[in-house]
Design a protein. Sequence first.
Length: 346
Amino acid sequence: MVRVHRDINRYDRRKNQTVKIMIHVHRDMRSTNRRRGAAPEMSGAAHPDHQQMKGKIIRGIAGFYYVLAEDARVYECKAKGIFRKDRQKPLVGDEVCLEVIDAAEQTANVTRLLPRKNELIRPAVANVDQAMVLFALKDPDPESAILDRFLVMMEKAGIPVLICFNKKDLVDSEAAVRWKEIYEACGYEVHLLSADREDGTEAVRQKLKGKTTVVAGPSGSGKSTLTNGMQSIVRMETGEISRKLKRGKNTTRHAELIPIGTDTFFCDTPGFTSLDLPEMEASELQQYFPEFAPYEPSCRFTGCAHIHEPDCGVKAALEEGKIPKERYDNYCRFYAALKEQEKRRY
Ligand SMILES: Nc1nc2c(ncn2[C@@H]2O[C@H](COP(=O)(O)OP(=O)(O)O)[C@@H](O)[C@H]2O)c(=O)[nH]1
Ligand SMILES: [Mg+2]
Ligand SMILES: [Zn+2]
């Protein structure tokens, strides 16, 4: 027995009209021995066109939205009227309702945006569960300023971050462990791995399951290698998806979701290394270094910037080795850059 979708008519009292709703029915395998994605065409009774479904926008190009629907197919969609109705522009990552126009052509209209959990500006993507930042331990060497800038961005956006250091086969284990300890001391979860050897990747895979994860990291750090390794396990499930997506070239560097399993998505972050600090007051920055928080109550001055002030709890913790020096130095650097921006503004 297999499960297929089927439309049934039901009277909607609020709308005062008959609407089609979709149900799942179990059918005998012998009558549904074609490809799984074609299920709606086999349900017999209802016409597959005009079918209502839920889905997730995984790509947007030139006014078209590509929606991975609950039947595991990708529909090319226009957003009809929802700009006006909801005053909202659909984003990659949005959960939507869609109405099929042509089942064979896999075209549909997005008819409704479901409420957003959150929304990132760069990359422009909605409903992000977490971020994963991937650095190589060597080739190229990690740059803590770039990593810390990314962490500040994610702290400001309220998105939890998983830190991965790749290519651990290229360095001795002390060097790898040192990076791990620095960021664990700041409260982050850190994984050491070798993506091309699939060493340490299983733990990462478990953390990604069922979530939408923004993936960031400098070029050459191993993002593609890691993504491909994850996808090979689930290629069966996502095979249907690719056909629609191959159409239309993504010339502008828009955000895009890569399905890597059931309800599991990666979002690539283009132009990662050129990310500036997010706009903020210099005084705000300290909130985004979570390792400072326990020591701030010991500062003599409220509003202490932890730089030149006397009797500073954060600087005391730094001297005792409780706050990593690399992090503190980047804090000072970022603080100075933000101050400089403020001066130019006023
Ligand atoms: N030694 C080593 N090389 C790796 C590892 N993972 C990826 N690479 C290599 O690093 C290079 C860059 O990887 P790629 O996945 O293209 O990086 P991306 O630019 O972040 O997508 C490729 O030549 C990979 O084969 C690893 O764990 N160890
Ligand atoms: Mg790549
Ligand atoms: Zn202080």
